[in-house]
Design a protein around this ligand. Sequence first.
Ligand code: AMP
Ligand code: ZN
Length: 142
Amino acid sequence: MKHDDCLFCKIIAGEIPSAKVYEDENVYAFLDISQVTTGHTLVIPKIHTVDIYEMDENVASNIFTSVPKIARAMKTTFKPAGLNILNNNEVAAGQSVFHFHLHLIPRYNKDDGFNAKWITRNDEFSQEELQDMANNIAKEIE
Ligand code: AMP
Ligand code: ZN
């Protein structure tokens, strides 16, 4: 289902130009206009899906099925040293287009434009606290 006010639905429909990398019945992949690193690609479901929380299992399956072959083609084309796969959900996490997308970001070196920086807190939680946290999540999984 196309959402009239959605940028990525318009790209899928060909109403806004894009540099297409891959397309099948369920998935569309194209170059991100920002090219954080060379080859930066977005993979999106054709069915309008806002974020990971509302994603249907079949949509998830279709999206992730397409990713290895796209990633391998990017590796052959750009010969990057690595690849980060990133998905932002909700504004606080940096989502700016509200049609689910996976960023495939080839990595060349530490100053290549992308930086996934996080601070580890390995000593902050005991094994029991980690297990409590895990149990709290697990009981919510349907
Ligand atoms: P996010 O911030 O995770 O929601 O990512 C949205 C991405 O969409 C950004 O990296 C933008 O550069 C990219 N983007 C926005 N408009 C276009 C467009 N017309 N064609 C290709 N990529 C786009
Ligand atoms: Zn959409």
